[in-house]
Design a protein around this ligand. Sequence first.
Ligand code: SF4
Ligand code: SF4
Length: 83
Amino acid sequence: MFQCDKCGECCRHLNLSSLYHFLDRGDGVCRYLSGNLCTVYEKRPLLCRVDESYEAYFRESMTKNDYYELNYKACDKIKTKNK
Ligand code: SF4
Ligand code: SF4
C-alpha cells in the first residue's frame, strides 16, 4: 500500500495538474482540505486514491513499484518546493 505521511501538500497544489481543477477553491488548495486532512476522505475522488488509481489507470502500463516510485518522487518534489 502507498505510504502517505498525510502532509497535505498535494492537496494544496492542485494547480499543478489540470485534472484536479474541479477541486481547486481558486488558489490551488482543495475545497475539501482542512488543516492537512481531507474532509471527504471516505468519498474522495478516484484521482485522489493512489492505490485505486493504479488499478484503474496505470496497471497496464507500469509495475506497481514503478508507479509508487513516481508518486514518491512527486511527493518529494512538492514538499521540497515549499522549503
Ligand atoms: S504529498 Fe504525498 S505524502 Fe504528502 S499528503 Fe500528498 S500523497 Fe501524502
Ligand atoms: S478531495 Fe481530499 S484527498 Fe482529494 S485533493 Fe481534496 S483534500 Fe486532497
